[in-house]
Design a protein around this ligand. Structure first.
Ligand SMILES: O=P(O)(O)OC[C@H]1O[C@H](OP(=O)(O)OP(=O)(O)O)[C@H](O)[C@@H]1O
Ligand SMILES: Nc1ncnc2[nH]cnc12
Length: 178
């Protein structure tokens, strides 16, 4: 019987209470990544969403660190380039940066100013949408570089944190909601 990718994601994710700090319910996708069929199913579902609809993606942007794991194979599957958004201080050339609030603190992310050609059609891929701060920062960085954001896409949305409500001016795709 075919297995629904949302069920695959839900069953491959485990809850770790009070990580990385008390009061946070951490959704750990490492079991999903360790299962070869589940990992492939998630990457294939993300690729198929754009390829099968004939949507052109020039560049896939991935977010350090967990977003890299998914964004890179999605870029290859779509025949697109890969551009990293990294935590502050990790990229060697000139960067734009954005600081935002996370469920567990604040973070600054950066992208090379010349990473995206003006007018490029960009898909942003991360592992989890939680409060939406990371997604919003990524969208801002892509737009500042001159890219056009086609969608922000994740396997898993933490619906109880209402991050989607923050992302009013970008399309959001989540394959599963916890
Ligand atoms: O929607 P938000 O509240 O912004 O949270 C989502 C982000 O939080 C996690 O990354 P984290 O910054 O913990 O980094 P990591 O991938 O290096 O673990 C996750 O991988 C997302 O990028
Ligand atoms: N609760 C959570 N679980 C996994 N990743 C997260 N990123 C932000 N909040 C998270």
């Amino acid at each position: 019987m075919p297995v629904n990718v949302a069920d695959t994601i839900t069953s491959g994710t485990r809850d770790i209470p009070d990580y990385p700090q008390p009061g946070v319910m951490f959704k750990d996708i490492t079991p999903l990544l360790a299962d070869p069929r589940a990992f492939r199913a998630v990457v294939d579902a993300l690729v198929a969403r754009y390829r099968d609809a004939g949507v052109t993606i020039d560049t896939v942007v991935g977010l350090e660190a967990r977003g890299f794991i998914l964004a890179a194979p999605v870029a290859i599957g779509l025949g697109a380039g890969f551009v990293p958004i990294r935590k502050a201080g990790k990229l060697p050339a000139k960067t734009h940066s954005e600081t935002y609030d996370l469920e567990y603190g604040t973070a600054t992310v950066e992208m090379h100013t010349d990473a995206i050609a003006s007018g490029s059609r960009v898909l942003i891929v991360d592992d989890v949408l939680a409060t939406g701060g990371t997604a919003q920062a990524a969208v801002e960085l892509v737009r500042r570089a001159g890219g056009s954001v086609v969608e922000f896409s994740v396997p898993l949305e933490l619906g109880f944190l209402r991050g989607r409500e923050k992302l009013t001016d970008v399309d959001v795709c989540a394959l599963a909601v916890a």
